[in-house]
Design a protein around this ligand. Structure first.
Ligand code: ACO
Length: 339
């Protein structure tokens, strides 16, 4: 449980999806698959993919701008940018530095974190800790992944599942003394690292020995990932709620990582919760990895699916293996709508 010295609140959300949309039917031109298989196994109907000048940084910057406008924070007052991404445009510089440049957030420190589909929860843990300690006041947290450039488009078991996108949160020291980030717990199990990975072998110095780099694309043991998510995520949610003396009855809406509808349904069943409480938008975007929780929160707010105030459970799980859960109070209003 977090002992806040300074109270923390989330004041903005935003998202950006690439322009191009690929439907399940479109994928039948690439691999031996069909809409019925993809939709019944995953809940996905279509996904957005980058093209042309669209990059992880450009999507991240647009999602960030959206969240900043929602929150009304002055971009010059942002003192830290954290970007959760596993698929950056460059190994360096960081995507966070590219976002800083695009926004003109010249007073912000900036770094990336890698926690795959748990990246937003890991980032929220860091933002929360930095603000609660008094180190920073205004943190921009972005999640972005562009899997379309890192899947094997001839592997039907993986290429149908992912989509590209970016989502962002503005996390700030609360002005009215109320703490809204109630608890965040993050976990990892490196023993299962090989179940889901994108290798980055590199090329040896030719003076030493020649090597053959592995293909840089998603390798996934789908069944193991499914079992991991269904077993660990409900435990993580119960653990975090118990830590702050809440139960599932206190939760208004669950915003889980949008990987697979069957995973979300199984988690709801394990928690003995009504599936209506689980917001779902993965039919439109597929699995957008580090971005999915912030994109889902943005959509849920735009669709008036979140009451004011609300108690939300945010939960992520993915490669590492990593997983994590946050319980937050949502009471931010879109500043653009007050003008
Ligand atoms: N279209 C048609 N058939 C397919 C496809 C496809 N796209 N992909 C696989 N198949 C076939 C397989 O070849 C297999 O055929 P076979 O029985 O003749 O060998 C059959 O369908 C069943 O394959 P399984 O892999 O056993 O299918 P399963 O029911 O386990 O579903 C899935 C696969 C959807 C990947 C499931 O395991 C799953 O949801 N896992 C979780 C994956 C996930 O969510 N990963 C991301 C989370 S982590 C992160 O976000 C980075």
């Amino acid at each position: 449980m977090m002992n806040s010295r300074y109270p923390v609140t989330i004041t903005g959300v935003g998202k950006c999806l690439p322009e191009n949309v690929i439907t399940n039917d479109d994928l039948t031109k690439l691999v031996d698959t069909n809409d019925e298989w993809i939709f019944s196994r995953s809940g996905i109907k279509e996904r957005h993919v980058v093209s042309g000048n669209e990059t992880a940084s450009s999507l991240a910057a647009k999602a960030a701008k959206d969240a900043i406008e929602f929150s009304g924070v002055d971009v010059k007052d942002i003192d830290l940018i954290i970007c959760a991404t596993s698929l950056p445009d460059n190994l360096y510089p960081s995507t966070a530095c590219e976002v800083q440049l695009a926004l003109g957030a010249s007073n912000a420190a900036a770094f990336d974190i890698v926690a795959a589909c748990s990246g937003l929860i890991y980032g929220l843990k860091i933002a929360n800790s930095f603000i609660a300690s008094g180190e920073y006041k205004n943190v921009l947290l972005v999640g972005v992944d562009i899997h379309s450039r890192f899947v094997n488009w001839s592997d039907r078991s993986t290429c149908v599942l992912f989509g590209d996108g970016a989502g962002a949160l503005v996390v700030q020291r609360s002005q009215d003394g109320q703490n809204d980030v109630l608890s965040v717990d993050i976990r990892a199990d490196g023993t299962k690292a090989s179940e889901l990975k994108i290798p980055l072998t590199g090329i040896n110095c030719p003076l030493v020995e020649q090597n053959t780099p592995e293909l840089q694309c998603v390798n996934m043991n789908g069944r193991e990932i499914y079992k991991f998510a269904v077993n660990y995520v409900p435990e993580s949610i119960m653990y975090v709620l118990k830590n702050i003396n809440l139960t599932v009855n206190d939760v208004d809406t669950y915003i889980l990582h949008q990987a697979n509808i069957r995973i979300i349904q199984a988690i709801a069943d394990k928690l003995h919760e009504n599936q209506e409480k689980f917001y779902v938008n993965l039919h439109k975007y597929g699995n957008t990895s580090s971005a999915s929780i912030a994109i889902a929160l943005t959509d849920a707010i735009e669709e008036n699916k979140i009451n004011y105030p609300s108690t939300l459970v945010l939960s992520g799980f993915g490669a590492g293996l990593t997983w994590g859960t946050a319980v937050v109070r949502w009471r931010a209003k879109d500043k653009r709508k007050n003008v």
